[in-house]
Design a protein around this ligand. Structure first.
Ligand code: T3D
Length: 254
């Protein structure tokens, strides 16, 4: 059985980390599977992606058994495996929704934080992980979590090693929603995204990312640039026509 499964339902791609007996700890095999799955997610037919884990875990980060044996260059390993995955998620012109079905730790937490939305099961837990084994947040964990939580709360959480419940995570701003069945809710949200104009959704994703480091003038210019493109799309014409004709729009993605 593959370490990463993909399944399509219409325009929604679900990517499932599949090492349930190890809470979906990340190995070379999982990284390779994720790489292929995220390449599949780039297909124009796919309009929303759900990332989840099989069994009772979402992902517990790096498989620590890979640290046994010969010493390795951790920085080189991060650059070669984790960084491309994080870039692939951020680079997709479509929303990636983490359905956090269970325990989420270390680089698994970074992976969830790199997604556009996080929907947590009420039984999910969030474990900083890194500090408890003498490491620092990596795989974008420091970049995303400070933006989600703010500096004081990000430092307090990530340096504490303390487990956060799903309710804590909601309070911290780490997750968007807490529900009984994260997979079912994420599928529902993904289907709703799939009905929206994909160019506008994708550009909105990139616009907010740009806003994080831009000045007001740079952001105003970026909005003007992307709005010119959006306004030339068939989906914009369809949106306006459907509104005026008082019917639901059908967006083609062009
Ligand atoms: O070069 C590089 O790659 C550097 C990158 C580093 C990035 C990182 O992600 S560092 C952080 C790595 N993750 C952790 O430190 C978390 C370690 N795990 C835990 O602390 C606990 O497992 C949890 C608190 C997350 C969950 O606890 P619990 O009691 O619910 O489950 P468990 O019994 O500990 O785990 C179940 C199984 O999964 C168990 O295997 P076994 O004994 O049944 O055969 C356990 O060993 C395995 N497992 C859990 N986490 C990992 C793991 N196996 C390998 N690596 C893991 N990270």
């Amino acid at each position: 059985m593959s370490d990463v499964l993909t399944g399509r339902d219409g325009a929604v791609l679900t990517v499932t980390l599949n090492r349930p007996e190890k809470l979906n700890a990340l190995t070379a095999g999982v990284h390779a599977g994720l790489h292929d799955a995220l390449a599949e997610a780039a297909d124009d037919e796919i309009r929303a992606v759900v990332l989840t884990g099989a069994g009772r875990g979402f992902c517990v980060g790096q498989d620590l058994t890979e640290f046994q044996g010969a010493a390795r260059d951790v920085g080189a390993h991060l650059r070669a495996t984790y960084h491309p995955t994080i870039h692939a998620i951020r680079g997709l012109d479509k929303p990636v929704i983490a359905a956090v079905n269970g325990v989420c730790a270390g680089a698994g937490l970074s992976l969830a934080a790199a997604c556009d939305l996080r929907i947590a099961a009420d039984s999910a837990t969030f474990v900083p992980g890194f500090v408890s084994i003498g490491l620092i947040p990596d795989s974008g964990g420091s970049w995303f979590i400070v933006r989600l939580l703010g500096q004081a709360r990000a430092f307090a959480f990530m340096s504490s090693g303390r487990t956060a419940t799903a309710a804590d995570a909601l309070e911290l701003g780490l997750v968007n929603e807490v529900v009984e069945d994260a997979g079912a809710r994420a599928a529902e949200v993904a289907v709703a995204y799939a009905a929206l104009p994909p160019l506008a959704v994708g550009m909105t994703k990139h616009l907010f990312e740009h806003a994080v480091t831009a000045t007001l003038d740079e952001q105003l210019e970026q909005e003007a640039k992307l709005q010119s493109l959006a306004a030339q799309s068939e989906d914009f014409r369809e949106g306006v026509t459907a509104f005026l004709e008082k019917r639901p729009p059908m967006f083609s993605g062009r």
